[in-house]
Design a protein around this ligand. Structure first.
Ligand SMILES: [Zn+2]
Ligand SMILES: [Zn+2]
Length: 285
C-alpha cells in the first residue's frame, strides 16, 4: 500500500513568514512557519530557512555513513541513492571526507578498471552477441598483461576526468557557498562519480551483447537505447551536483546551475585531449 502524502498546505488567507505580501502555500513541518511557493522545497519538504540552517537533516542519512547494517547493504544502499539525486542531495552537507573517499575507492575505481577492458584491450576483439576473438595469436600471458594495462589506462583516464570536473566545480562552490558547506562539493563527487565509469561500462558491455548491424555502416539494432542509458547515467551525476550546490551548499537557484554547467562544459572540452593522451601512450584501441 502507498503511504498517503503528508499534507503540507497552508491555511487559507495566511501569508509567507519571509515575504509578508505573498500568500502562503505551504506549512513547514520543521518550524511550523507558513511559506510561499518560492520559499518551499517540495522534495525535501522544508522551507528555505530550515534547509539553509541544517541541510543534512532534510535528507535520509547516507547508508555508507550509518553505524549499523552490513557492509554490502550499506554499499548497495548508497549506490541506489544515486537514482534519487534531489531527495538525497542535502545529506552531502557534512564536513567529513573520509567515508566519501573510501566509498569512491570501492565504487568508481573498480568500475573504471572494468570499463577499460572492452575499449582498450588490443589482444581481444569484442564482436557482437557477446563474441570474443583473440587477435594476433596472443598467448594467455600476453592477454592477461594487456587486460591489466587496459584497466590501468582506464583508471588513469577517469582520474583525469574527475580532476577536470572537480577542480572547476570545487572552486566555484568555494566562491559562492559558506565555509561549512563547501566540503559537499567533493562529497557529492566521491559518492556519485561511479556513475561515469558505470555509464561507460554498460555502454560497451551492452553494445557487445547486441546483434550485428545489417550493414557495416549502420548502427546495431537497439543502439539508441544503449546511447540513452549512457546519457541517463551521466545526467544523474549532473543532477546530483546541481541539487547539492542548491540544497546542501545553499547556492541560489540560478547560480547553482552555473556552478555545474561550467565544469561540465570544461569537462566535455577536455575529453578529446585526454583521449589523445591515452592514444599517445599507445594504449588506445
Ligand atoms: Zn521551516
Ligand atoms: Zn516566501
Amino acid at each position: 500500500m502507498v503511504e498517503p502524502e503528508p499534507d503540507h498546505s497552508a491555511p487559507d488567507g495566511s501569508f509567507c513568514a519571509e515575504h509578508h505580501d505573498r500568500p502562503a502555500a505551504f506549512t513547514c513541518p520543521r518550524c511550523g512557519n507558513y511559506v510561499c511557493i518560492f520559499c518551499w522545497h517540495a522534495i525535501a519538504a522544508r522551507c528555505e530557512a530550515c534547509l539553509t540552517r541544517d541541510p543534512a537533516a532534510a535528507a535520509p542519512t547516507i547508508p555508507w555513513e550509518r553505524g549499523q547494517g552490513s557492509l554490502p547493504a550499506r554499499f548497495f544502499g548508497t549506490l541506489q541513492m544515486a537514482f534519487r539525486p534531489v531527495l538525497t542531495a542535502p545529506a552531502f552537507a557534512q564536513s567529513e571526507l573520509g567515508p566519501a573517499r573510501s566509498f569512491f575507492l570501492c565504487s568508481a575505481v573498480p568500475l573504471a578498471a572494468l570499463a577499460g577492458v572492452i575499449p582498450l584491450t588490443k589482444t581481444l576483439l569484442f564482436g557482437s552477441l557477446g563474441s570474443v576473438t583473440v587477435q594476433h595469436h596472443a598467448s594467455g600471458g600476453a592477454i592477461a598483461l594487456d587486460v591489466v594495462l587496459a584497466m590501468l589506462a582506464q583508471i588513469a583516464w577517469f582520474a583525469l576526468d574527475l580532476l577536470a570536473l572537480a577542480l572547476p566545480f570545487n572552486s566555484l562552490v568555494r566562491a559562492y557557498a559558506a565555509e561549512p558547506r563547501r566540503a559537499a562539493a567533493m562529497r557529492v563527487l566521491f559518492y556519485r562519480f561511479w556513475l561515469s565509469p558505470a555509464a561507460q561500462l554498460l555502454f560497451f558491455a551492452l553494445l557487445w551483447m547486441l546483434p550485428p548491424a545489417a550493414t557495416p555502416d549502420a548502427a546495431p539494432p537497439f543502439a539508441e537505447g544503449v546511447y540513452f542509458l549512457r546519457f541517463f547515467l551521466n545526467a544523474l551525476l549532473f543532477v546530483a551536483m546541481r541539487a547539492t550546490a542548491r540544497l546542501a551548499c545553499g547556492i541560489g537557484p540560478l547560480l547553482s546551475y552555473a556552478v555545474v554547467v561550467v565544469p561540465f562544459l570544461l569537462w566535455n572540452m577536455i575529453q578529446p585531449f585526454i583521449a589523445l593522451g591515452i592514444q599517445r601512450l599507445g594504449l588506445g584501441g
